[in-house]
Design a protein around this ligand. Structure first.
Ligand code: HEC
Ligand code: HEC
Length: 114
């Protein structure tokens, strides 16, 4: 009986210590990073400008697990954390994920594109 109670107490400790860590990881994983606070990342510009640098062959390509969408401002907040969604922005832009073998390939393995 005593052994069981101490095991239960140990379990409570493990859960109590692990839960905040797990919640922290869950809350930040897969979140769209904010835009850097420079002129290249001003929110009043076309998504095609963004792809000038972030397309497959650009200076800073998007990671292979990037969502299959090109309406950047629907997800990426500015440096102060504000979202500036552009109504009617196309989710697929020339030079965007459909033209990126890495991302388009992940669409094929996931099934249909989103
Ligand atoms: C002139 C090239 C260039 C243009 C244009 C550009 N970026 Fe970037 N972007 C970069 C570089 C280089 C980095 C990485 C260095 C940094 O964080 O400043 C970056 C970083 C980012 C990041 C990641 C920030 C982080 O913390 O990981 C996002 C998101 C991003 N850009 C989105 C965009 C969007 C959306 C646009 C269009 C509004 C855009 N970029 C336009 C070059 C560019
Ligand atoms: C549906 C939401 C969504 C849209 C639309 C979107 N992104 Fe992202 N983006 C994300 C998420 C989520 C991540 C983080 C992915 C990860 O951690 O693997 C990310 C990551 C990035 C990164 C990587 C930053 C780094 O640290 O390497 C860049 C660059 C980026 N996005 C640029 C863009 C650009 C440019 C566009 C528009 C052409 C765009 N994103 C559209 C959600 C989005």
């Amino acid at each position: 009986m005593a052994a069981m109670r101490s095991r239960a107490r140990l379990f409570a400790w493990v859960v109590g210590l692990a839960a905040p860590v797990a919640i922290g990881v869950w809350a930040t994983s897969g979140k769209p990073p904010r835009l850097p606070a420079d002129r290249d990342h001003a929110v009043a510009q076309a998504e095609s400008k963004c792809l000038g640098c972030h397309t497959r062959s650009g200076a800073h390509p998007r990671p292979a697990d990037h969502p299959l969408r090109d309406d950047c401002f629907s997800c990426h907040r500015d440096a102060r954390g504000e979202l500036h969604p552009r109504p009617g922005a196309p989710t697929s832009v020339p030079g965007g994920w459909r033209d990126d073998p890495l991302l388009a390939g992940s669409a094929a393995t996931k099934g249909a594109g989103r």
